[in-house]
Design a binder for this molecule. Sequence first.
Ligand code: SF4
Length: 511
Amino acid sequence: MGLLEDKVVPGRENRLEACIAYGGTACGLKMQNRSCLKNQERSFSQAGLCQLLPTMGMLLTLPETAVIVHGAIGCASNGVGALIGIRLRNIQNGNLKAEDSNWVSTNLTESDVVHGGEAKLEKAIVEVYERYHPKSIVVFQTCTPSIIGDDVAGIIDRMRERLDIPILAAYCEGFKTKVWATGYDVAFHAIVHGFIESDREGRPPRREPGRQNPRPLVNVINLASVGKPDEDEITRLLNAVGIDVNIGPNFATREAIRNMTQADLTISVCPTHDDYFVEYLSQEYGIPYVLKDMPIGLENTRTWLLDIAGHFGLETKAAEVIAAEEQKVLRAVAKYKPLLAGKSVFLSAGEFRALVTGALFQELGLEVAGVRSYHHDHFGKDYYEKLVQNQRGKNFSVDIANFQPFELTNLLKRIKPDLFVGHVTDNVWAAKLGLPTLTIFRIFDNYIGYRGFYAVAKKAARILRNSSFNRNFAQHTQNPYKAAWYEQNPFAFIKIQQEAEGGQEREAANE
Ligand code: SF4
């Protein structure tokens, strides 16, 4: 099965054997096989993330598209945070007059749960169409209508007959998966079936085998959390090698997304984000892809660029660009290296991003002391060991957790890294312990490629030179955990589910 055949997107637990519970070390993780990890769960969970959030984060970026969240009103609140980022991205893109995406909820009540919510959804689609005149509508299926059995697919089919715009369906009930990254797959599924495979205007033609655009044209799959400075860096590097780019599907029009079926190559910037979509373009349109690296840090940017150039016989040109860029950036960061050398760093992010960022910091002379990944799958499998090898076999702590700040806080108290690097929502927990923190996913900053390497080095040096803000902050805040919790193993609540023995649990022996 694949994106085209899947009526409903499978959870990544099934499609990729992804798991969300492991506590131990990088070397310990290597000893586990993934089917064993799959049986690990928490007997206590403090937090989680619904797959609706990343789905919404992507689909709200589609220009002139209205979103209808079919469900309880709380589900739609996810759009608030997403809209802030989208508004800022529009400003970065020079669209100062861009209007906020229209986003509404069917606001299902207790009475609707008894009597059904189909009439409300049908009414909402018509009303949104007449009131806002969007170029497309996305309907989000959430937990409540799924549980009460609303025929959302049937309503969308009927409305597609009635209205002259594409209607996309995003089936993103949070109860169906604990791996939030499944939400990316849901967004790609909605985009492909609503924009590319729609019957109304027919499917774009399949590329002729061997056909190439006059200058190589590549799709770069963008992420809502990657800002314009990074997109500009990707474009700059690929253009320098002699390759044109088509960036999408976030912030892209329907036309630009359909044009993605005519490129010579698809390039992923993050394997965790893109694999479902790049496979589809490969199977249905014969477009090869590059999925394995992320252009963060010198070595990863080098292999990423050479891999892409290799598809077009442009390796020599790419090697020249790489040599010139590396020479320049290494000269530029030399003044920061004495401040960074020998320091320890803890990374927290989606798995692949956390790992490649660890490699970047190793190139700057820091040592990885710990990684907290939001989930684990085969894309990150070998990378933990690579990081261990890069620091002459020195092992480090690993927490695979869909957030769970209680584990993180306990772990950080033990490790006491010199620098904590992560999303802004993770950094607050480290800041409350007084640790210096660096935020890596701000859409204003460079993070990718050579400009990113320089920007991260500069920022890390500045933070380490003076980290008094967080030290003072820690003295005036407190964490909600009792002292007894810090005496326990941070992974005390990770258990192995003994399926064969009637669901009993035992403590996970991850070491
Ligand atoms: S878990 Fe279900 S009810 Fe909660 S936000 Fe997600 S879709 Fe809505």
